[in-house]
Design a protein around this ligand. Structure first.
Ligand code: ATP
Ligand code: MG
Length: 261
């Protein structure tokens, strides 16, 4: 049964997509089968993982969700062990489409159910908002991973996320067993005072819930999407690749020194 992780932050540009695709590729290299589900109308993880440009607009999650009789997920293979479900720009209108649909918070959970046994990890790349898809991701997941941009302190934003998680947990019809997997510092530059301030603020508010791994600011990481590839396809020896391998080991309980390919 797949461990399902929602990569979530209501704020844009904090490293959700970067973490979704690179964590999945890191876990794949350690022999774990992964499915990435893109829920964002910007389609950033679709663009990276659909490197062969195979996906047509009829193959996206929007198509599967649009009718009340849900169609099965349309799953593509990026590489052996790493599959993905594509998004399309119409996902920007999904909240309006689902107005009045019963159990609309459970759509993704129902769609994932038939494939849960086929993967070790299902990683959901959420849109940067509090819309119906983000709630669907929280309902369908075992836990949430919250990337935090180390260059920007937003305790207010953090409170909004943890309040929403509590709301979902406290509702027996949503997901009482939802957990916070951890807060992940991204774009971390240890020479910047703001990075240390963000870390200290997180540490005092959520002790023991911050990943030991910090994802360093790394030019190669920012370049990779432009080539439609993960960091491991772009430069497997850079600091960004090293950090995402460490994160995969931390999440997967994988021993350092384990072979990766
Ligand atoms: N460790 C890093 N080093 C350098 N650049 C990074 C790093 N992580 C992310 N970026 C860059 O920061 C930008 C935002 O990252 P990303 O797209 O992953 O954020 P996001 O939270 O998914 O954004 P959105 O909410 O818009 O979907 C991208 O250009 C990405 O390449
Ligand atoms: Mg994104």
């Amino acid at each position: 049964m797949a461990n399902t992780i929602a990569i979530l932050n209501f704020k844009g540009g904090v490293g959700k997509t970067t973490t979704a695709v690179n964590l999945a590729d890191a876990l794949r290299g350690y022999g774990k089968t992964c499915l990435v589900i893109d829920l964002d109308s910007q389609c950033s993880s679709t663009i990276i993982l659909d490197s062969e440009k195979e996906v047509e607009s009829t193959d996206t999650i929007y198509e599967s969700m649009k009718d009340k009789t849900l169609a099965p997920l349309c799953i593509f293979e990026h590489s052996k062990g790493l599959d993905f479900v594509a998004s399309d720009k119409r996902m920007g209108d999904i909240d309006e489409l689902l107005v009045g649909r019963s159990s609309k918070e459970h759509i993704l959970e129902r769609m994932i159910k038939p494939v849960k046994d086929e993967y070790d990890y299902i990683i959901i790349d959420c849109p940067p908002n509090r819309g119906v898809m983000t709630i669907n991701a929280m309902v369908a997941s075992d836990s949430v991973l919250i990337p935090i941009d180390s260059k920007f302190m937003s305790l207010d934003g953090l409170n909004q996320i943890t309040e929403k998680i509590s709301e979902v947990k406290n509702d027996e019809f949503l997901n009482p067993s939802l957990k916070i997997l951890g807060f992940l510092l991204t774009r971390y530059n240890q020479n910047l005072r703001i990075a240390k301030d963000v870390y200290n603020a997180l540490q005092s508010k959520f002790p023991s819930q911050i990943f030991n791994t910090k994802i360093r600011e790394n030019t190669k990481v920012s370049e990779a999407p432009g080539y439609r590839c993960t960091i491991f396809e772009h430069d497997p020896s850079c600091a960004g690749a090293e950090d995402y391998l460490q994160l995969a080991r931390e999440i997967g309980g994988i021993k350092p020194g384990t072979k990766w390919k």
